[in-house]
Design a protein around this ligand. Structure first.
Ligand SMILES: Cc1cc2nc3c(=O)[nH]c(=O)nc-3n(C[C@H](O)[C@H](O)[C@H](O)COP(=O)(O)O)c2cc1C
Length: 135
């Protein structure tokens, strides 16, 4: 099992219905390709974790990178996994933008995401993954 995390910048601010559309696509594809993961959207910034067989994750990521809806795609970390973090989620999604945040998103998550946005550390991203895995 393999996992990859990246951040990117949305080409334009994503409206809730655009995010829903993107997510629906992702869920359909991921379900049929045994890919799981996490997608966060924070005011124009995406953070995504993709998990699955390495070739499947790499193929999907190559496709995602070409998507016009975002740019400045930067891999934060890649690692092999014994166990998936989001095994029950073909793509767990949270909109953590300040005006869209739902209950349960503490400020620490927001702070960590902002740090990630500044390309700090894989370890910061892992804190995020851990936090969302247990939400
Ligand atoms: C931030 C972001 C995350 C995405 N995540 C996924 C995903 O997890 N799975 C997926 O199939 N498509 C995802 N997509 C959509 C793909 O980039 C692409 O549109 C989709 O795979 C269809 O590609 P195709 O038109 O070449 O078939 C994502 C797009 C963006 C912008």
């Amino acid at each position: 099992m393999f996992e990859l995390a990246y951040t990117s910048r949305a080409s334009e601010m994503m409206a809730p219905n655009q995010l829903e559309e993107l997510l629906a696509e992702a869920i359909e594809f991921n379900t049929s390709h045994d890919i799981t993961g996490l997608l966060l959207y924070n005011d124009g910034i995406f953070f995504q974790v993709l998990e699955g067989e390495e070739y499947a994750v790499r193929n999907l990521f190559a496709n995602i990178k070409k998507d016009f809806r975002h740019y400045d795609v930067r891999t934060i970390y890649e690692q092999s996994l014994v166990q998936r973090h989001f095994k029950d989620w073909s793509m767990r999604f949270y909109n953590v933008s300040p005006d869209q945040r739902q209950q349960g998103h503490s400020d620490i998550i927001h702070t960590k995401l902002n740090e990630t946005e500044n390309w700090v550390m894989p370890s910061t991203a892992m804190v995020l993954v851990d936090a969302f895995q247990h939400l």
